[in-house]
Design a protein around this ligand. Sequence first.
Ligand code: NAD
Length: 261
Amino acid sequence: MTLRGKVALVTGSTSGIGLGVARALAAEGADIMLNGFGDTDQIEKLREGLSKEFSVKVEYDGADLMKPEQVAAIVEKTRTILGSLDILVNNAGIQFVAPIEEFPDAKWDAILALNLSAVFHAMKAAIPGMKAKKWGRIINIASAHGLVASPFKVAYVAAKHGVVGATKVAAIELANDGITVNAICPGWVLTPLVQQQLEDRVQEFSTDLAIETEKLLREKQPMLKFTTPESVGAMSVFLCSDAAETITGSPITIDGGWLAQ
Ligand code: NAD
C-alpha cells in the first residue's frame, strides 16, 4: 500500500487503459477520482466496487474534457471532495482514421481538444497544489504514436507528439519541485478504442476478427501480443514510487518492440 494517503485523478477511467490505471493506483491505497463517459448505473457499480475492493475513497465526475472549463473544474472538485490532488493521470483520448484530404475538420478539432489541450489544461490546474505540497506525479498516456507516425491518423499522431513535447516542458519546469512528469507510450492495447479499429478493418477487407487482429499486430509490433491495461497500471504505480523519483520527462514505451525498429 505505497500510495495510502495520496489522491489520484485518472481521466477517461470508465474504460480501457484508464480503468486499468485507476485499479492499480487504488490497489496501492490511493483515493481515486474517476472520469469518463458511460452508463450511469454501470459507472456507479464500478465506483462502489473499486472503493469496496481496495478500501479507498472513490468518486466520479463526468466532466467533458474537451471543454477547458470542465477540466479546471474536475481538478478543483478532486481537491475539494478528496482533499488533495497528488497524482494526475491524463488518459482520456479518442481516435479517428482517414486520409488527410478526407479528414473532417470537426474530428481534427475534437482530437486536438481532448488528446492534447485537455492535458495542458489539467496540468495547469494541478501544478500549483502539487508545488505547494512539494510532491506530485503527472503521467500522460501518450502512445507509440507520440514518437512515430502511421498513415491516416494525422490528428492522433500530431496530438500525441504534442503530449510528449508538453511532458518534457513540464518535467523541466518542475524538476526541483518534487514533481515528476512522464509519458507512457503504449503500443497496441486491446480496448474499445482498438476494438473499433479492428471491426472497421473487418468491414473494409471482408475478413474476420482473428485475421485482422493478427495483421494489426504484425504491421507494427515484433511481439504479436497486446499490452494490457494492467501493465500500464503497473508502470504508473512504479512512476509514483520513490524508486522513480528521478525519472522525469521520459516517454516510456510499453510496445512489444514497436519503437525498436
Ligand atoms: P477507451 O476508448 O477504452 O477509453 C477512453 C476513455 O476516455 C473512456 O473512459 C471514455 O469515456 C473517455 N472519454 C472519451 N471522451 C471523453 C471526454 N470528452 N471527456 C472525458 N472522458 C472522455 O480507450 P483506451 O484505448 O483505453 O485509451 C486510453 C488512452 O490510451 C487514450 O489517450 C489513447 O490514445 C491511449 N492509447 C491507447 C492505445 C491502445 O492501443 N488502446 C495505445 C496507445 C495509447
